[in-house]
Design a protein around this ligand. Sequence first.
Ligand code: IPE
Ligand code: IPE
Ligand code: MG
Length: 255
Amino acid sequence: MPAFFRLQRFCFQREDAMEKPEDLIIPKSIAIILDGNGRWAQKRNLPRAMGHKAGCETLEQTVEDCVRLGVECLTVYAFSTENWKRSALEVGALMRLLRFYMVKLIDVANRNNVKALMIGDKSRFEKDIIEGINRLEQATAGNTGMKFVFAINYGGRDELRRAFGRMLCQMKENKLSPEEISEDVISSCLDTAGLPDPDLLIRTSGELRISNFLLWQIAYSEIYITDTLWPDFNREELLKAVESYNHRERRFGGR
Ligand code: IPE
Ligand code: IPE
Ligand code: MG
């Protein structure tokens, strides 16, 4: 039976409780560039903000589906350091949604034993949004299931820039010498310290680029790009991505 149907049966049809087939691989860590909200709205003659709202609903469902799949870490790119360049109207709408969803996510996370974490530079947000992020992280800190990593005001280059700053501070305090800078030390200075690198990177809406997401962490991620726009990315689409991952041969430079 193709991996798609076995995944569906194993993860979403609990009643015929079956063991996870040994050859079926669930990526431990999935990262998603959720793109296409604007196009989804334009196709329907709706304001772009409506596309973002629909995208938030898709995200809630995706979090739950990843929990059921047994994913350990889901990282989603929701707002980049470059997205501030958009119109004040669109940025304003995104900030309003962020305020609302930060509260809603507490329920979604707690219902699913999910621990929510934020990566990116939160200092650029308004005070109440920063408080909302802190509340979400604190309210879910005790959860022991999947980690849900929310990348907002995130840029891979900006994250590296801040990591270099942290390393320089450690050097000034004589806690680190140039010879000691290993890949592990660099990883530990990133926002994603302690989190697994993505096994599978998904991008929706067909663009063939990384757009400054997790530049360091995706060194060996398997990439899956679909033309489906983010608000239309449902469970079936997620399973198609995981099925595709099941057909990859990961070599990490070896033979
Ligand atoms: C992704 O959707 C969400 C954000 C970047 C905030 P877009 O808003 O980029 O949607 P398109 O690419 O214009 O369709
Ligand atoms: C990437 O999407 C950023 C997020 C999904 C948050 P963009 O729509 O901003 O990327 P580009 O501009 O098409 O590269
Ligand atoms: Mg886009």
